[in-house]
Design a protein around this ligand. Structure first.
Ligand code: MV4
Length: 500
């Protein structure tokens, strides 16, 4: 087993990896930018190295500085987390060339899955359904018009180098296609240094469901069930849950089998996620495979009781998976809510400033994977994810009421957060009843925002009443036993309202 793991990341996922390493008796190395000197991941690691100024390109993506820190630390493995360099095949290769273990799949697999057209073709070869569309890059506009005309509009232009909604555009007509083709190609060239684009039939209101898979270097491959990820805003997931309220045992089994076929077809090793779209008729289609740990991995951990980070480390060290398919029987339900530093009232713009207070929720079935602490400044340089709140329950409704209770307990002051918005989303009947798909958030957003306005006004009113009462209480002539008890009553009802 490794002596020391180097974590090439920041925030909640770096903290998450440190926690698993601690339990395994492995030393940890953190890296940080000048903006993160006192961040939790730096304080919690056994040692830490500065890799540059705040912008990611000069720090968390600065391979030269990272390699220097890696050399000094003498770590024997690198955990990349998600984002940053986690899906950079050359970086993975360079680490391995130094004789250091990359905690993730091989550079070859990262390359194949990074090419969304290659991944799509691998699915076709593996007999896994894909969305109707092209298997070759679209050459020119006449080629595109023919394909789109055959399958019917709307269609999607997707970039081979994209993924996760990046470089994707919806096309409703031939005219729109004529206007968009070349622009899509040149934008893809700019963003991914790869101008290849392909076409897919646009599915109207699908579910976004992913399967967690795991493989070791000894030929063992298992599935750890699905995660329902349909509640997204601009392809940014907000809420995830498992099991999906939408799928039945038959579909669950088919999705797992399809995910395993793809995992085996590319000789995958480590933790992976296979994404599918599922339409209203419960037809499923492969979308892409992510070759890293996902943000939403904790909900799978909660229902399977498997520590996915520990498993990643064991598999990277050449050990066998600690479990077989037969050992995996998910129990209960888990929900994750992403806590972002953003203002729901101004179109979800990132909120920056110093966190003056932070109280984390506690209690049965509650887990918080946090990446920040009180006193820390939230800067505009990185993803605004502050942490994730995860709840578990014996069934969905238990997990859901725990989520609402825990969101009410979670208190972050000094910056705006997505907490109130998420609370209103969780209270919406579509979520309460588990009847939602990828378009639901757009449909209910205005309703949720008006609820949010009422909530904010209630809070202001409660604060104002509290203030008036406080002024009255402060007048010497009104001091006395009766007023004292009144004051208590006022402040407690004010607090109750503000908690709503
Ligand atoms: C699609 C799709 C419909 N049809 N592809 C978005 C993220 C990336 N992983 C793939 N995504 C989608 N691809 C076809 N052919 C729908 C999505 C999608 C989505 C679309 C609109 C609004 C919300 C969405 C949430 C998840 C996925």
């Amino acid at each position: 087993m490794f002596q020391k793991v180097f974590i090439a990341n920041r925030g909640e996922i770096a903290v998450r990896v440190i926690r698993s390493c601690r339990e395994m008796g492995i030393q940890t190395v953190a890296i940080y930018s000048d903006a993160d000197r006192t961040a939790p991941h730096v304080l919690k690691a056994d040692e830490a190295y500065c890799v540059g100024p705040p912008p990611s390109t000069q720090s968390y993506l600065n391979e030269e500085a990272i390699f220097k820190a890696l050399d000094i630390s003498k770590a024997d493995a690198v955990h990349p987390g998600y984002g940053f360099l986690s899906e950079n095949a050359e970086f993975a290769k360079a680490i391995q060339n130094k004789g250091i273990t990359w905690i993730g799949p091989s550079a070859e697999v990262i390359t194949i899955m990074g090419d969304k057209m290659a991944a799509r073709n691998l699915a076709i070869e593996s007999d896994v359904p894909v969305v109707p569309g092209t298997t070759e890059p679209v050459k020119d506009i006449s080629d595109a018009k023919k394909v789109a005309g055959d399958m019917g509009y709307p269609v999607l232009i997707k970039a081979a180098g994209g993924g996760g909604g990046k470089g994707m555009r919806i096309i409703h007509s031939e005219t729109e296609l004529e206007n968009s083709m070349e622009r899509a190609q040149s934008e893809a060239e700019k963003a991914f240094s790869d101008n290849r684009v392909y076409l897919e039939k646009y599915l109207e209101d699908p579910h976004h469901i992913e399967i967690q898979v795991f493989a070791d270097d000894h030929g063992n491959v298992v599935s750890l069930g699905e995660r329902e990820c349909s509640i997204q805003r601009r392809y940014q997931k907000i809420i995830e849950e498992t099991p999906s309220p939408f799928i039945d045992e038959t579909l669950r089994h088919s999705l797992a089998q399809a995910a395993l076929k793809i995992t085996k077809a590319c000789n995958y090793v480590g933790a992976g996620t296979v994404e599918f779209l599922v339409d209203t008729h419960k037809n499923y289609y492969f979308l892409e495979m992510n070759t890293r740990l996902q943000v939403e991995h904790p909900i799978t951990e909660m229902v399977t009781d498997v520590d996915l980070v520990q498993e990643q480390i064991r598999v990277a060290a050449g050990e066998k998976l600690s479990l077989e398919q037969g050992d995996i029987s998910p129990k209960g339900a888990a929900i994750e809510c992403r806590i972002y530093a953003e203002d729901g009232f101004s179109n979800f713009t990132p909120s920056t400033g110093i966190i003056t207070e932070m109280t984390l929720p506690q209690g049965l079935g509650v887990r918080m994977d946090e990446g920040v602490h009180a006193g820390q400044e939230i800067t505009p340089y990185y993803d605004p994810l502050l942490g994730k709140l995860i709840t578990w329950g014996k069934d969905r409704s238990t997990a859901l009421s725990r989520m609402i209770r825990a969101l009410n307990e979670l208190h972050i002051a000094g910056i705006e957060t997505s907490i109130p918005f998420c609370l209103m989303v969780f209270r919406h009947p579509a979520i309460q009843e588990g009847k939602y798909s990828t378009h639901t958030l757009d449909t209910i957003k205005d309703e949720v925002l008006s609820e949010l306005t009422i909530h904010k006004e209630d809070r202001l009113l409660a604060a104002r009443i509290g203030a008036i009462q406080f002024t009255l209480q402060s007048e010497p002539s009104r001091r006395g036993k009766k007023e004292q008890s009144d004051k208590k009553l006022w402040s407690s009802s004010g607090r109750k309202d503000a908690m709503r």
